[in-house]
Design a protein. Sequence first.
Length: 524
Amino acid sequence: MNKEDLLQQIKAYEWNDIEFKEAQWKVPKSVYETVSAFANTQGGHIVFGIKQTEDSFEIVGVIDVDDIQNAFLSALRADNKVNHDISIQESIVNVNEKVVLVFYIPESTRQNKPIYLNGDIRLTYIRRGGCDQKARMSDIENFLRDAAEDRWDSQIFEFPIENALDIKSIRWYRNRFYQINPGHDESQTDYDFLYEWGYIVKEGDVYKPTRAAIMLFGSPVAIHHMLPLPTLDIQWIPAQINDPLPEIRWLDRAVYEDNLIVTWQGFVMKYYKYAQRPFNGIDPHTLMRNDTPRDYRVIREAAINLLIHQDYADHSRKAVIKFYKDCIQFWNPGDVFGSDANLFEPGEKELRNPRIATAFRRLALCEQAGTGLRMMKKQWQTLGNPDPCLINDPSQNSFEFQLIISQHQISDHYPINNGEVSGEVTGEVSGEVTGEVSGEVKEQLPNEVLKTITILQKNTSMTRKQLQVALNIKSQDYFRKNFLHPAQQLGLINMTIPDKPKSSKQKYQLTEKGRIILIQMVKR
């Protein structure tokens, strides 16, 4: 940090990467908490010789530079002050004849975390915003889990093997595996196949599943025994990402409590329901319509990354994908496993769940190691959108990836606003869902919306109460939230007196879009 950088920082404020200390005559005891916090999070600068006065900072300088510097560095090297050596970089900055000491505390490697004080692991600190906070026990457990050489997904999960696996999921995986990787022995039993690739292990004559086997191919009962929360939550939200929370929190939602194969199939089906699919001719190999969405490769990579890199041992939070009007947000528990400094650079990266990641890569469902983020960035730009945004937050043990949508393309990426619903899932995506390259999957509107417009199809118009009675819904709030408002938002029904929404004579009627949707669904 040079003089210009320091002066610029002083004009701002303390945040997650800088901490000011007066330290004119002695080293403050609290500075060691900051050392622990920076080392456990994303690194940062500690600056001696800066005094805070109300809401501003003043350069007062360090009086005895050598004594203060030596006292600080010697204490850090002393036994048990910190549990691992920290490669601190120190520098001196002169400002108006006042000496300021600057120490850069780098982020420690995952193998060395947590960095704690005085030999007491309970004295572990994390940097959150401009504060040093004592780590919770769950934070410490996250550090210890990530530091272990034995990865979570390779550990044995004690569950009877005969009840642990879903045969349909294994069959789907093996069918696609042999298509992508010809030449392997297709006559193996499922157990032999999973044993060969390291997803189940043998103890004597007994097969036992690994956590990766349960996550990928687990039966519902095994998944529920291992994970207390859903695998994935997908939401379509009728607002922009920075808007206040809308009255209708989401227009459509799907929550999956299944293994990753079933969850992936469900995600693709749901995504295809609303995706724009331009007709690009006939595939000469399959003789099927080539109408894969233009953004499919990027969405697929982002979704797969979310599924394979998250921290499944975090039992307090679940992964969420939110389709906003102006952004697609992918959020999961578990920060970047290694360093986030070179995420967009080529080369292998450390993996939290290497067995799960390899399983998807063997099916060519995601890019090769070290290329996914670069591909998504390039492809998203090619589609006319801004650079994707990623937020790696070690302090919260979370990772967020945002695909920002250009204003002029919002309607293309959020067709649910226009009441458009896709019909068939074909081509490339059909193969990924069904394990084949043919067949169709028919999708419908959310059941609540479909019921609402179907009732109105039989009547010219109806009051809210008449609709509610016809649908046998007792709660007015529930009816408005799940039936009436979503149908209005989709443009499938409207008010007969729109300028007086609270009129006692207010009724609802089917729109032209609603009639067209019903006709199209009948034709299918």
